[in-house]
Design a protein around this ligand. Structure first.
Ligand SMILES: CC(C)(COP(=O)(O)OP(=O)(O)OC[C@H]1O[C@@H](n2cnc3c(N)ncnc32)[C@H](O)[C@@H]1OP(=O)(O)O)[C@@H](O)C(=O)NCCC(=O)NCCS
Length: 208
């Protein structure tokens, strides 16, 4: 079972609303001034579009909901392993308010900070000293190195946080994620009792 996003446990009302809504931006959403316009590290997508990478902040909740609404149903299935029509507002707020001892979450935004083009997070397990990742990229920005940039940042951050490994569950048909993980050095293995699910894993050398 995929963690992080669905386990945010939306209220019953929010679940009913999510089930009833088609995949579209939340109604009555007003696009407000971006919370962190111009902040974060600037980089260029492979196709030349200017982007920025920074940590997620509480003010990202509306932009995260809009980003979720732009994902295809297939992308959502690959990310959360089930059907989810929209990101309920309480879940978006939960995802943007991270406890830094437990979670590190990053977004890639447009250069002006207006829209989120990729989001990725790791959940630190201090008992096993390993970090579980999850990632999703705007479908209009895939194949442009955004996933690579975010995964690289998750690896660096997990290492700096004292984690000895980073891992994630990936559906076996998710060739894009498996390819990206394998280029980053992850190994993969079957998950016992979960046909169709793979676990990708990368051991992390400690920082000196
Ligand atoms: C899987 C997913 C995260 C990939 O993101 P992406 O932004 O398209 O990935 P990238 O563009 O960074 O990587 C794609 C390619 O560039 C390569 N690449 C990118 N930057 C690179 C770099 N600096 N150096 C070397 N290779 C690089 C990747 O290895 C890959 O190879 P390809 O050219 O053969 O396609 C994205 O498709 C997605 O959001 N899928 C839906 C959600 C999902 O599946 N999540 C995973 C489960 S949690």
């Amino acid at each position: 079972m995929k963690t992080h996003l669905p386990r945010a446990a939306p209220s019953r009302g929010a679940r009913a609303q999510a089930a009833a809504s088609p995949l579209r931006p939340p109604a009555r959403t007003r696009i407000q001034a971006p919370p962190d316009a111009g902040t974060g590290e600037a980089f260029l997508a492979r196709d030349g579009r200017p982007l920025r990478l920074r940590r997620i902040v509480p003010g990202d909740a509306d932009a995260l909901r809009r980003a979720f609404a732009r994902m295809t149903p297939e992308q959502i299935r690959l990310r959360v392993f089930h059907v989810l029509n929209e990101l309920p507002e309480p879940v978006a707020r939960f995802l943007c308010n991270v406890d830094p001892d437990k979670v590190a979450a990053f977004v890639v935004t447009d250069d002006d900070g207006g829209e989120i083009r990729g989001e990725a997070r790791v959940h630190f397990d201090h008992v096993t000293e390993s970090a579980e990742f999850a990632i999703a990229i705007d479908p209009a920005f895939t194949g442009n190195g955004v996933g690579w940039s975010l995964m690289t940042r998750l690896i660096e951050t997990s290492r700096a946080h004292g984690m000895r490994a980073i891992w994630g569950h990936v559906l076996a048909e998710n060739s894009a994620m498996l390819d990206l993980a394998s280029r980053l050095g992850f190994s993969r293995e079957a998950v016992s009792g979960e046909p169709g699910l793979l676990r990708v894993h990368l051991a992390l050398a400690p920082t000196r």
